[in-house]
Design a protein around this ligand. Structure first.
Ligand code: ZN
Ligand code: ZN
Length: 140
């Protein structure tokens, strides 16, 4: 059993936090135990690309990509689903919308709606109708 040391780094490699794990038999177990801490730090800093890196004597061994996507198996820093699988397609033009940039009825309209008037749900910026754009700007 041993303790493992980790840094939490932002996307430019700056250290946000240094961590020491509890005693674990394997590095993997230690790493998994610190995932909730990484999630908390990501929330606190509003930085989803913060990563957990193991500190070995004197230097950084590797910047570990913390998660495997449950959908495609890709290693990624976002979580159980990688950015590609988490991205939505526009219901009006079928292009893939960058993660978190989709417009939904509830991001556009103040009152709760299951769908836009035409039945679509995820809509890219280009496909918003003039009325929807105005609503959206009114909320921002
Ligand atoms: Zn994926
Ligand atoms: Zn579209």
């Amino acid at each position: 059993m041993q303790q493992f040391n980790y840094y939490i780094l932002d996307q430019e490699g700056y250290v946000l936090l240094t961590l020491k794990s509890q005693f674990f038999a394997t590095q993997d177990a230690a790493f998994n135990s610190l995932r909730p801490v990484l999630n908390a730090v990501r929330k606190q800093y509003g930085n989803d690309s913060a990563t957990l890196a193991e500190v070995t004597v004197g230097y950084l061994d590797q910047i570990s990509l913390a998660w495997e996507c449950v959908n495609c198996g890709q290693q990624n820093t976002l979580g159980d689903c990688c950015p590609e699988c988490a991205a939505r397609e526009c219901d009006r033009c079928d292009t893939t919308i960058p993660l978190d940039e989709e417009n939904t009825p509830n991001s556009v309209f103040a009152d709760f709606r299951d769908a836009f008037d035409d039945g679509s749900y995820n809509v890219c910026n280009d496909c918003l109708t003039p009325i929807e754009s105005v609503e959206l700007m009114g909320r921002e």
